[in-house]
Design a protein around this ligand. Structure first.
Ligand SMILES: [Zn+2]
Length: 68
């Protein structure tokens, strides 16, 4: 199944998240850091209210294999 891999790739290329404080959509993270092959940490900064937060994205190859 290519659909899962494709979705992960797309998400990895274009991450986005709403501000946790004022709910303003943030189009891209201020900073992204690859922790490993399957873990990416994004640092977000809302220019509207100045709030900063982090998200951790985990790509599970195990789950994909099990689902297929
Ligand atoms: Zn905000």
């Amino acid at each position: 199944m290519n659909s899962n891999a494709r979705r992960s790739f797309a998400f990895r290329q274009r991450p986005s998240a709403p501000c946790a404080q004022c709910d303003q959509p943030l189009p891209s993270p201020e900073w992204s850091e690859d922790l490993s092959e399957t873990r990416v940490r994004h640092l977000w900064w809302c220019h509207g209210c100045g709030y900063t937060f982090e998200t951790l994205v985990v790509f599970s190859d195990e789950f994909r294999d099990r689902a297929a």
